[in-house]
Design a protein around this ligand. Structure first.
Ligand code: MLT
Length: 332
């Protein structure tokens, strides 16, 4: 080795030691646009992942379904062609019916209920079942608020007002049956097609939380909001189980800790932002209506008709009873 090559080799070695190792960048699919709870969860996760791993792991968000429609991202993560995805729980249910309990109408009645269920023993059981059924691991939760009904035609406060409206729902049996219990035959449609369908008036309305209505700019194509409370939207952050299994034990712990930190940030984000977003949507011209008689007609029809239909899928009536009693309510 000449003096020059020895010098250059030494200099490169010193330089390499002083630079951080190149970070592994994971791709994170996000169903919604900017400004919603999914993006907030994703940003918090990336920041926590970088911190936990000392800069060795990071992530990049692909908003607005750029990496595929929400349900398709579950399949992609299961087969290992996608690393992470943030999506609504109702778009995981077709792959793991056990999480359907979180989508049954009027089971989760507050953000506290949602947090208690997802962060407690019941959430842990669902995580394990989802790994088994769908090949993806839930490592964090975004809390997005109640799915309010929006439409372009008229204020809706009763079940009767709903009749004749064409409503888009996710391809989710529980949600389809809920609308049927209200006398409406809804239109199941992928999330990625929903904005265009509202814009082109293929459908009159849809339901999603205030945060999502804002992130998707639905105020541009929808006028009326009804404050339904039938589903409190929970949006998990999932990792491909194949990817998770390929990580070292230390990396797995870092990923899990980052997911936990992001869940906490998501909870605070919703509590701080939802009322501001609601005001913003009103200032953009949306009109908000409350359901008549404290929503009793909607509640009675949906719980009576829908709950029993899904006992088998969710693992038995006792699964729902366990959820209800853990929330301090009467069994079904
Ligand atoms: C849906 O309606 O398909 C989802 O709730 C959309 C979302 O993830 O925000």
């Amino acid at each position: 080795m000449t003096i020059l090559t020895r010098f250059v080799t030494g200099a490169v070695a010193v330089l390499a030691l002083s630079l951080p190792a190149a970070a592994t960048e994971y791709r994170i699919a996000v169903g919604d646009g900017a400004g919603g709870t999914q993006e907030a969860l994703g940003k918090a996760f990336i920041a926590a992942l970088e911190e936990e791993s000392g800069g060795e792991m990071t992530g990049k968000l692909f908003l607005n379904g750029q990496l595929g429609d929400e349900q398709d991202t579950v399949t992609a993560a299961a087969t290992g062609t996608l690393d992470f995805s943030i999506l609504a729980i109702n778009n995981i249910t077709p792959f793991s019916p056990s999480v359907g309990t979180l989508t049954l109408p009027y089971v989760i009645l507050s953000q506290d209920d949602a947090e208690q269920l997802t962060q407690g023993e019941i959430g842990q059981q669902m995580i394990e079942q989802t790994i088994e059924d769908a090949g993806v691991r839930i490592i964090g939760w975004a809390y997005s608020g109640f799915r309010v009904l929006t439409n372009s035609k008229r204020p809706v406060s009763t079940v009767d007002d709903l009749q004749g409206l064409v409503i888009r729902v996710p391809k989710n049996e529980i949600m389809i049956e809920t609308y049927k219990s209200w006398g409406v035959n809804p239109t199941p449609m992928a999330w990625g097609e929903t904005f265009a369908a509202l814009q082109q008036k293929v459908v009159d309305g849809q339901d999603n939380p205030y945060m999502t209505v804002y992130a998707m700019k639905f105020d541009e194509v929808q006028k009326y909001i009804t404050n339904l409370h039938y589903i409190f939207s929970i949006e998990p952050l999932i990792i491909s189980e194949a990817l998770f299994e390929s990580l070292s034990e230390e990396e797995q712990q870092q990923v899990l800790a980052a997911g936990e930190a992001a869940t906490k940030a998501s909870s605070e984000f919703l509590r701080a932002e939802e009322s501001k977003i609601k005001e913003e949507l009103v200032s953009r011209g949306m009109e908000i209506t409350d359901p008549a008689n404290n929503e009793q007609e909607f509640i009675d029809l949906a719980t009576t008709a829908v709950w029993p239909k899904f006992y088998d899928q969710i693992g038995g009536k006792e699964v729902l009873d366990n959820v209800l009693t853990s929330l301090g309510r009467e069994p079904a």
